[in-house]
Design a protein around this ligand. Structure first.
Ligand code: SAH
Length: 358
């Protein structure tokens, strides 16, 4: 018998069955169901979110991330306001609907300065603006919403609070018991942001069981965007150096390409209307077909990189990133050609979450 695939109805037992399924023939049933639910609910359009990595200063010590505080092997940078606005203009010229401004968690990115950047992008391009600047205080988030920001992306990484507190040590004054990010996600909703979150797959210590809970949490959080990427070891981090022990193989989620497709497909079934990217981390595992297969198994978004190459190489959250040396124009041309091959089209407009389907 094949497992349950009804959209919006999957329970934990059915999710767990799929997460541990290895039979390729059976998995085709999952890929097909996710593709159909994607087509019915968000259509054939693929939305382009141009990623601008505005700085790599960070005051956190995430055990997995290459731009963590204290990594002396990278040179730090912050882009200037005019450099960021120029990238956004390029996004508009290429026909993208959204720019995503991402950085380390950097108090040097001040509330007022950032608000000015957002206002200028909105005034000069009208593009949707997504922020991904880590955990910031409510007053910052409120000011940036007033300045015109539309969306915020903050992955909760894993819903297993015990594992999370180990891989993402709390900031001074914070409790190790709670995933601060879940609290901030609800603040973002309150402020009227479209809210994105997500997880890494294959963190040493991450169980299939907790992963099934993560999928159910996507639904509880009513996420507008869900980013799912494999964990990729960075040698200059405690996790990449092997300080975190995996669970026994029957319990440990692998950081594999196949696992990523399974979770993308299940996320589509659990949250039919959400925007789900085929992530760069996935394309890093399979440079030839990763994005296309992600798009064929539930995803409807891509995030081409717009960061000027001189900065891009310094934004190394993990090594070997796909398309690291490409110009923005080359990324656009490559992705458009890939879409044509798989019979999909570039989305027009901002491509926000459409709750009613297509
Ligand atoms: N400081 C911000 C944004 C930068 S990191 C924040 O923490 O939200 C953006 C995303 O990159 C993270 O959410 C994480 O999921 C991913 N990432 C970081 N290190 C990674 C690694 N080693 N492998 C895979 N993904 C990683």
């Amino acid at each position: 018998m094949t497992h349950e695939t009804a959209a919006g109805k999957l329970g934990k037992a059915a999710i767990l069955e799929w997460l541990t399924e290895e039979n390729e023939g059976k998995l085709v049933g999952l890929w097909n169901a996710a593709d159909e639910v994607r087509r019915e609910n968000v259509g054939d359009e693929v939305h382009f979110r141009g990623l601008i990595e505005i700085g790599n200063y960070c005051n956190r010590k995430c055990a997995y991330c290459g731009i963590r505080f204290g990594n002396a092997n990278i040179e730090r940078y912050r882009m200037t306001k005019s450099e960021i606005v120029d990238c956004a203009k390029l996004a508009a010229e290429l026909g993208y609907g959204t720019v995503v401004l991402q950085s380390g968690e950097d108090p040097g990115i001040e509330r007022k300065w950032m608000a000015g950047v957002i206002e200028k992008i909105k005034a000069e391009t009208g593009l949707a603006v997504t922020l991904s600047l880590g955990e910031r205080e409510f007053a910052d988030l409120a000011a940036w919403k007033s300045a015109g920001a539309d969306r915020y992306l903050l992955k909760f990484e894993t819903g297993d609070s015990n594992l999370y507190s180990k891989i993402h040590p709390p900031a001074t004054g914070e409790s190790a018991e709670v995933n601060e990010r879940l609290k901030i996600l609800s603040q973002l909703k309150e402020l009227g942001y479209e809210t994105g979150s997500g997880i890494m797959l294959g963190i040493p210590g991450q169980s299939y069981e907790s992963n099934a809970d993560d999928l159910l949490l996507f639904k509880t959080l009513d996420l507008d965007m869900i980013g799912i990427g494999p964990y990729l070891p960075h040698p200059d981090t405690p996790m990449g150096a092997g300080e975190f022990k995996p669970l026994p193989p029957c319990e440990q989620v692998p950081a594999s390409e196949l696992m990523t497709y399974k979770v993308i497909a299940l996320a589509r079934l659990v949250c039919p209307h959400s925007n789900i990217p085929a992530t760069t981390a996935l394309a890093t595992l399979n440079k030839e077909r990763g994005r296309e297969l992600g798009l064929a198994r539930g995803a409807n978004v891509v995030m081409p990189n717009l960061t000027p190459p001189k900065y891009r190489i310094k934004y190394e959250v993990y090594p070997g990133k796909a398309c690291i040396a490409e110009t923005a124009q080359a990324c656009y041309a490559c992705l458009s050609a890939r879409l044509e091959v798989i019979g999909r089209t570039m989305g027009e407009g901002a491509g926000g979450r459409n709750r009613s389907g297509v």
